[in-house]
Design a protein around this ligand. Sequence first.
Ligand code: CA
Length: 229
Amino acid sequence: MSRILIVEDEESIAELEKDYLELSGFEVEIATSGDTGLEMALKGDYDIFILDLMLPGVDGFEICKQIRKEKDTPVLMVSARKDDIDKIRGLGLGADDYITKPFSPSELVARVKAHLSRYKRLVGKDVQKNEVIEIRGLKIDRTARRVFVDGVEKNFTTKEFDLLTFLASNPNRVFTKEELFSNIWDMESLGDIATVTVHIKKIREKIELDTSKPQYIETIWGVGYRFKI
Ligand code: CA
């Protein structure tokens, strides 16, 4: 979902814009002062900014300038005065569009959509995000096939990765060693269920703080293993 930041000191206008944009499926946050807006814009992860020009504290001008130093996220500048818009257009601050108040909410939505799709085409931002499983300090990036424990990457063999991922994607379910073996290893491969035990041991050494008290992969005696969440 695309995220929008509206920086607008007139709360009724900001709320109206927010309502319409949310109805169109966007996630919207509002900042009602320039200072907050600038901070949110620089720190947050937004797909488009809607900046009012006249703001208490830092104005829309300055926010646009600061954003442009760090990001190429689309900026829509809003002002009540046509003159101001002409002026800022001339300054070449790098805003992508200018709208004069009052404008109809549907016009705003249309412009937001147009800029987003143009921007996404431009930077290929629409590529799918990696599929990630995160449980407490454990992060499994299924797409990149990488595992992190408390932010530190651990090296996994193919089968260790497959086994961990299989268990973590089916949490709180007990699997017998036979089930795990048949799911991870193809039938022709050499080995038996002891292979599963060996792999579980190796995985635990990489992800558990204390392998005698595993917090992720639990042994269910006489049955098999369960990934706890
Ligand atoms: Ca204003």
